[in-house]
Design a protein around this ligand. Structure first.
Ligand code: F6P
Length: 323
């Protein structure tokens, strides 16, 4: 191995920079050259490569987002797009690529691997929906941002005897919602992995009112079937029966911004370095993840098309704690 490239792809996630730093410094320490690719797969196609030295990745471990830039790149899903990307990698003399990103990005890695290029994936998505890995880079920070919002909303909810429905991101995975909901003492949590109707959510809010609570909080995952719109519609038609007044806060992309937590920085550093070590021992076409505390590599082929659901059994724990 002489020269590797690294890119960040898909939705940005706090800790991506720490992962870029770890890949670059881990590889430089082995005497390899490192190139940073701008804006994910789009930069591979547009031939946007820059050499990375140790100082180029200094002072970034604490910053959110990605200094390399990211993009969603539909052209890369086409064979012609990948051909162009492989030509550009070849023209720069790159032997291997490290892809830091989530599900869609690792499907792209799998395609490159299938076409014979040496690639290793690093799991990074706030959604934490990647198979072959327990916790992906960015989701701890996203949980903490959601939690901070919940704590703040509780203060005003309690002053006004209101209920709040807080929608957090996560695409089709309820991991952020369940973790932040439990940590924030939510009265009800709606996940994509678990059926719950607006009437059932409203009933739980009403029950909290009847138990004498001064406020109630519903945490709604972005991908839940009972979304905040459905809930507000139901509330419009049954306002009186809930007891509390209901307000909605959609956190949206706020959840993705911000300073990476210590846990995300350490995780990203471990995984970035693990990706380099994986290449050093000649493994390719794998995702370097952490399972039960240890670095484990899983073939990208096994990951493609699979997702890791949130643990809906934790809903019962949240329900008991909300009495
Ligand atoms: O995958 C990360 C994520 O933030 C999801 O939680 C969300 O559904 C999606 O990306 C938003 O995508 P975009 O930034 O392209 O609007």
């Amino acid at each position: 191995m002489k020269k590797i490239a690294v890119l960040t792809s898909g939705g940005d996630a706090p800790g991506m920079n720490a992962a870029v730093r770890a890949v670059a410094r881990g590889a430089l320490a082995k005497g390899w050259q490192v190139m940073g690719v701008r804006n994910g797969y789009a930069g591979l196609l547009a031939d946007h490569f820059d050499p990375l030295q140790a100082r180029n990745v200094g002072g970034i471990i604490q910053s959110g987002g990605t200094v390399l830039g990211s993009a969603r790149c539909p052209e890369f899903a086409e064979p012609a797009g990948r051909k162009k990307a492989l030509q550009n990698l070849g023209a720069h003399g790159v032997d291997a690529l490290v892809v830091i990103g989530g599900n869609g990005s690792q499907s792209g890695s799998a395609s490159l691997a299938r076409e014979g290029f040496t690639v290793v994936g690093v799991p990074s998505t706030i959604d934490n929906d990647l198979y072959g890995n327990d916790v992906s880079i960015g989701c701890d920070t996203a949980i903490n941002i959601t939690l901070e919002a919940i704590d703040r909303l509780r203060t005003t909810a309690s002053s006004h005897q209101r209920a709040f429905a807080v929608e957090t991101m996560g695409r089709n995975c309820g991991y952020i919602a369940i973790m932040a909901g439990i940590a924030g003492g939510a009265e009800v949590i709606a996940l994509p992995e678990h059926e719950i109707t607006p009437a059932q959510v409203a009933e739980r809010l009403r029950a909290a009112y009847q138990r004498g609570k001064t406020h109630a909080l519903a945490v709604i995952a972005e991908g839940a079937k009972c979304g905040v719109h459905e809930l507000m519609e139901y509330y419009g038609a049954h306002r009186k029966s809930i007891g509390f007044d209901l307000r909605v806060t959609r956190l949206g992309h706020v959840v993705r911004g911000g300073i990476p937590s210590a846990a995300d920085r350490v995780l990203a550093t471990r995984l970035g370095a693990a990706a380099v070590d994986t290449l050093a021992v000649g493994k390719r076409g794998v995702l370097a993840g952490i399972i039960k505390g240890d670095v484990v590599v899983t073939p990208l082929e096994e990951i493609t098309g699979r997702t890791r659901p949130a643990d809906a059994s934790l809903l019962e724990l949240a329900r008991v704690m909300a009495i």
